[in-house]
Design a protein around this ligand. Sequence first.
Ligand SMILES: [Zn+2]
Length: 151
Amino acid sequence: MASSTDSFFPAPDAGHLRARLAQAGLRATRQRLVILESLLTLPGHPTAEQVHRQVISQEPSISLGTVYKALDSFVAAGLTRRVAAAEGTSRRYDADCTEHHHLFCTETQEIIDYCDPQLDALIREFFAAKGLHDFQPHSFSLHITGSKVVK
Ligand SMILES: [Zn+2]
């Protein structure tokens, strides 16, 4: 199956999209399929507006409100995560629900995934040793703010 080479992720097939929605306990409506596909194919951590722009190239009748509603249902179902971004900026969404950290560039607003098993082990050991008062951690996600170093 041909897919455009400028797209960062290969377009997932419809069966895969249906399976992901079913796993999350969501009905695979046509709108949800198109919205999930756009979320998965857009690189990085898109805003609802960016997802909407992508969606209307296929389904011009879908409103931004519908995109927001669908994304919120994905978040509630554990299919998507909402990513903390800078104050006052649009909500960002992450289709990758595996544990990872984020580097947030304050200049470009770019959110870069950051994975390091050694860091994860350090954090786990720290909280295992120190504990948290009246709080049981389930997962960890660091949000590191900074700016890209231009070489
Ligand atoms: Zn991410």
